[in-house]
Each structure stands twice: as structure tokens, then as C-alpha cells.
Ligand binder design. Structure first.
Ligand SMILES: NC(=O)c1ccc[n+]([C@@H]2O[C@H](COP(=O)([O-])OP(=O)(O)OC[C@H]3O[C@@H](n4cnc5c(N)ncnc54)[C@H](O)[C@@H]3O)[C@@H](O)[C@H]2O)c1
Length: 555
């Protein structure tokens, strides 16, 4: 491995395997391999689909397309080429896919067999590093990222959409594709991108190729994929919205999605213009971010006035009109909700050129969500203080690193902010998560999610966090700690017995419940064991504490 590293750039897989990046002389051979494959599949009546970007979304989407049900002739309708740029960070995904291995970690047991079946048995999926694959495509599906880069914590307006990767992809697509190839943008983009950015880029590239009469065949259909146990189903068995830039693009995108998605049970919604389907994604996620942010202030109100907000929410949710009320936990993570509203605000000012300030709720919701985790740390501080301890001299166990329950995805999780703020205040933190093996946001904070954009930049005293490991055994994480933060609603955490927890910590602890994981009898038992309990939105714990204190013989 060291030899490889010394001679030529390598890309390391998460498991640590080194893959040498392709050399110049590899490109012609690789394209010849693809031409040969494409010709054979065309002879079998298949169309060639190139999926650009085989990340969280693209890898599974590539599998879903390659796994599309047989057509009337009994044949798989598509041969799929997953295309990934050969960067040191991502190249390893190509050899992985070509071995039949999924390049994403997923809790969904369907992901691994889907990829293996398509690569090895059906042989309808391959992966490549060469953009020349685009020359062979009837359909290109774009699944590259489009980030929103924030410059400060809690002020989303101080930031911008980073559409560089997308623009690069579009330029290359314009240079390589056949003019009648359908280009389907699935990336979540600032509204207007298909018409204001993609169309001119591809049109210009066509002109440079002497194809000035050719109309780009552009469509948009965003992904609603949900990481977790139903990853594949959230692509294949879920409702889709789509649109095309003209009638041809609209017909083609409808035909394509109807072949790969279960449109019988989940009918397509076809909107008139790409800007409408682009806006649809942004409004959908901004709405969700806003209803989550809404309860933040009521959560603090509840904590200060003896109210258990969870019981209040359940009481309200019986009304069908209010059934989607949702408690926010310690921050709203995942890749989409923290950024998508920002893409909308940015598009209004930058792509459309409006100077006025029409957006109030959308950025405010994101700002509230982005800083909510800090409240959990205040509760750690207050609970420890009630026990006569300070954060700076305490060891804190964080249970849960991912951004939501029962998944291993740590992107923008509230837990990351909790650890960072605790480190700033001088605590030592130990972490457990049954679904997370490596916490890249901490381990690689110099370069992940990209150089200069780690959350570390918003806090002092972060250097030591590179060495934080995720314990696989909860006993190891809990031993000797002063405080325990129940940060994520993973199922195993709901089942934790107070006596067993205190036996593992070896002492009474400060316990912070961020997600309604404790019922009242568990809270009572923790108090009986001499612990201190606090929780987001859980003001009623004080009543339970007083009740237990009254029963003490010395009271
Ligand atoms: N992850 C989710 O849960 C989710 C859900 C719904 C929608 N989305 C949207 O889907 C899109 C993709 O997200 P993701 O999570 O898959 O991102 P990701 O970062 O996991 O994957 C993007 C991939 O594209 C590759 N790439 C970038 N530029 C490229 C280029 N020029 N040519 C070829 N490959 C290139 C990257 O190396 C990476 O592997 C985003 O717009 C995101 O908002 C994501």
C-alpha cells in the first residue's frame, strides 16, 4: 500500500483499501471496454443510461435503473454506466461497484444485493471514470452534489450555493453527448438552474460543436430518497415530480421514470416547467425545516414552566389537521434540510437578480435548527451544576452520532454540534452509536466535508476531537462518565434500563434526554438512583424530582 502511495495518487476506501488512480494510458482502454459493452447491450435492445456521480443517491439510483423490470421482449430495458470523477476522495467507488459492492453504507438490506445482482447476475451495471462514457448515452442522470456553503453558524444568509461541480458536469455533458440524449437533473438545485444555468451551458457547448440548431433535451426530477432501512424503496416505490424543458424532454422523462419507478402505485406528478419542480423540492424541504423549527421556542417554554412538550404534541396530533407536528430533537441534520432553503434564497437574489428581501421564515427556520443543539449542551451544564460539577471537569457520554434514529448517516447531525460545544467548554466526550463505525466529521475535520468547511471552525479547542472514536460497546462508552446525553432516538436507547445504566457508569449521572427517550417511570427511577435528569422540552421532570425527594427518609 505504501509503495502505491509513493508512486502514484491513490484513493482510499473507507475500509482503508488503496486504489491507484487511473493513468493517462488507461483512458483509451477503458473507453474501448465501454464501447464494446454498449454495443452488445444495444444489440439486445437496451438503452444506455449514464448516471453521473455515484454517491449516496447516484449509486442506488444506478442500481434501481439497472434493475428495471423487463420490457415486452423480456429484456432489461437499460444498461447503466455509473460515472464518477477519479478524485482521490471518490475514485474507490468505481472499483467497488465493479466488484458488485455498494459504495455507500446503508441500513437497508436491499442495497447490497441490488448492486451485486445488477453487476454480477443481470450484468446491467458497470462503473467508470471516463467522461467519454457520455458519448454512448441515450439518457444521462445527474446525481452530483450541489452544496450550500455557510460562512457563519446560525446565519444561513451568510453563504452561497456552490454550483461548481454541477456546472462542470454540464459543460462536459454538452461537449460529449448526442444532441438528442435526455439529460435528467436529479440533483437538488437552486430553482431556475435547469433553464438559467444548464440550458445555456449545454446550448453553448453544442454551438461550439457546430450543432447550433440542436435543442438540449433537459428534464428535472428531484430525489426524495431517505437514508435508512427503506433506502431502495424510497427511490423505487415513492412519488416523483418531474418536468421537461420542452415537449420532447417531458415525454422522454415520463417514459424513463415510468420504466424504473413503480408509477402504477406511485403516480408521477408532471409540472409545466423545470423551475416548478425545482421549487417543489425547495418548498417541500423548507416546509419541513420550518415545522421542525417552530417547536424550538415552545421547547424552551416547556422546560422553564413545568410542561412536558411531548405529551402536549401527542395531544395535538390526534387532530388530523395537525398530525404532522414533529418534535425537533437536538438539531436538524441530514444533507438536505439544513441547506435546501438556502438554495432557494440564493437563487432569488443571484440567478433571478432580485435585490429585495422577501424571505423571512425559511432562513430563520434554518438558523434555529442549525443552533438548536447548543440548548442540549446548556442542559448538560445545568444538570451537572445541580450535582455540584462543571462541564470542564466532566466526562460526557454521547449516545447517538447520526442525524436521525436508526441510520448511520452523520451529515450535519445535531450530535456533532453537541460534541463540539462540549469540547469548547472543556469536557471530555466519549461516543457510542450502534450504526456509526467512523465519525468522519470529527476524524477528518481538516478536510471533511471539505477543506475549511468543518463545523470545527465555529468553536475553539477542537483539535482533540480528531481522536474521538465511536465505541461499539455501550459499556465502554458509559464507564466512569459524569453525564450521558441521549442524543438520537435509536431503538436500543429506548430500551436502556436505568439500573443497568448506573451500573455501567458506576456512579449517579446527569442524564439529558434530547428525544423523549425516557418515560416518566424511567425518569423517576433515575432520580431514585441519585441522578439528575433534564430533557429538551421536558419541563415536568422537576415535578418528578420533587416527588422522589419527598419520599426520601431524610426529607
Ligand atoms: N443524500 C440524501 O439523503 C439526499 C436525499 C434527497 C436528495 N439528495 C440530493 O441528491 C444530490 C446528490 O446527493 P448525494 O447525497 O448523493 O451526494 P454525494 O456527495 O454522496 O454524491 C455526489 C457524487 O458526485 C460525484 N461528482 C461530483 N462532481 C462530479 C462530476 N463532475 N462528474 C462525476 N461525478 C461527480 C462526487 O464525487 C460524489 O461521489 C444532492 O443534490 C442532494 O441534495 C440527497
Amino acid at each position: 500500500m505504501e509503495d502505491l502511495a509513493n508512486t502514484h495518487a491513490v484513493s482510499l476506501s473507507p475500509a482503508g483499501e488503496a486504489f491507484e488512480l487511473p493513468r493517462e494510458e488507461d483512458y483509451d482502454r477503458e473507453f474501448a471496454r465501454l464501447q464494446d459493452l454498449a454495443q452488445r447491450h444495444r444489440e439486445a435492445g437496451r438503452e444506455i443510461v449514464v448516471v453521473m456521480g455515484v454517491g449516496f443517491v447516484g449509486a442506488v439510483m444506478a442500481g434501481v435503473v439497472a434493475d428495471a423490470p423487463a420490457n415486452e421482449a423480456g429484456e432489461a430495458p437499460y444498461f447503466v454506466i455509473g460515472m464518477q470523477r477519479p478524485s482521490t476522495r471518490s475514485y474507490w467507488k468505481i472499483p467497488y461497484l465493479n466488484r458488485g459492492l455498494a459504495p455507500v453504507e446503508a441500513e437497508d438490506p436491499e442495497v447490497a444485493p441490488l448492486i451485486e445482482r445488477c453487476v454480477k447476475t443481470r450484468q446491467t451495471l458497470t462503473a467508470t471514470f471516463t467522461y467519454d462514457a457520455l458519448q454512448l448515452a441515450d439518457i444521462v442522470v445527474i446525481d452530483v452534489q450541489c452544496d450550500y456553503l455557510k460562512e457563519t453558524l446560525g446565519d444561513v444568509r451568510q453563504g452561497h450555493a456552490d454550483i461548481k461541480a454541477l456546472e462542470e458536469s454540464l459543460k462536459i455533458i454538452g461537449r460529449k453527448i448526442n444532441p438528442d440524449c435526455l439529460v435528467l437533473i436529479e440533483t437538488t438545485v437552486p430553482p431556475g438552474t435547469t433553464e438559467y444555468v444548464a440550458n445555456p451551458i449545454i446550448r453553448k457547448a453544442f454551438e461550439q460543436r457546430g450543432l447550433s440548431q440542436a435543442e438540449p433535451c433537459l428534464a428535472h426530477s428531484f430525489e426524495r430518497v431517505m437514508p435508512g432501512r427503506d433506502y431502495v424503496a424510497s427511490i423505487r416505490e415513492f412519488w416523483r415530480v418531474c418536468s421537461g424543458i420542452n415537449a420532447t424532454a417531458r415525454e422522454k422523462v415520463i417514459a424513463f421514470l415510468s420504466n424504473v419507478i413503480d408509477v402504477t402505485n406511485f403516480p408521477l406528478t408532471v409540472l409545466d416547467r423545470p423551475i416548478e419542480s425545482e421549487t417543489c423540492k425547495i418548498v417541500e424541504n423548507s416546509y419541513r425545516a420550518t415545522i421542525l423549527a417552530f417547536l424550538d421556542e415552545w421547547s424552551v417554554f416547556a422546560e422553564r414552566n413545568g410542561v412536558d412538550l411531548h405529551k402536549v404534541v401527542e395531544a395535538i396530533k390526534v387532530r388530523p389537521t395537525h398530525s404532522n407536528m414533529i418534535f425537533p430533537g437536538p438539531g436538524i441534520g441530514g444533507y438536505c434540510l439544513p441547506k435546501d432553503g438556502g438554495l432557494g434564497v440564493w437563487a432569488y437574489n443571484t440567478l433571478m437578480g432580485f435585490e429585495d428581501d422577501i424571505f423571512k421564515l425559511t432562513p430563520m427556520a434554518i438558523d434555529i435548527n442549525d443552533t438548536r443543539a447548543l440548548r442540549a449542551v446548556q442542559l448538560v451544564r445545568d444538570a451537572l451544576r445541580n450535582m455540584g460539577k462543571i462541564v470542564a471537569a466532566s466526562r460526557v457520554a454521547l449516545l447517538g452520532a447520526s442525524y436521525r434514529q436508526d441510520v448511520g448517516d452523520t451529515r450535519y447531525s445535531g450530535s456533532e454540534l453537541i460534541v463540539r460545544k462540549l469540547a469548547e467548554m472543556g469536557a471530555e466526550t466519549v461516543v457510542h452509536d450502534p450504526y456509526v463505525k467512523r465519525w468522519w466529521e470529527l476524524e477528518k475535520q481538516d478536510s471533511y466535508p471539505r477543506p475549511g468547511y468543518s463545523m470545527a471552525r465555529f468553536f475553539r479547542n477542537q483539535e482533540g476531537l480528531r481522536d474521538v472514536t465511536v465505541n461499539a460497546r455501550i459499556e465502554d462508552a458509559l464507564e466512569g462518565v459524569d453525564a450521558v446525553v441521549l442524543a438520537v432516538g435509536h431503538e436500543p436507547y429506548r430500551l436502556l434500563d436505568p439500573d443497568a445504566v448506573v451500573a455501567m457508569t458506576g456512579r449517579p449521572i446527569a442524564l439529558i434526554d434530547c428525544f423523549n427517550l425516557l418515560d416518566d417511570s424511567q425518569i423517576e427511577r433515575y432520580f431514585e438512583l441519585g441522578c439528575e435528569v433534564k430533557g429538551l422540552g421536558r419541563g415536568h421532570v422537576k415535578r418528578i424530582k420533587d416527588r422522589v425527594a419527598c419520599r426520601r427518609p431524610d426529607s
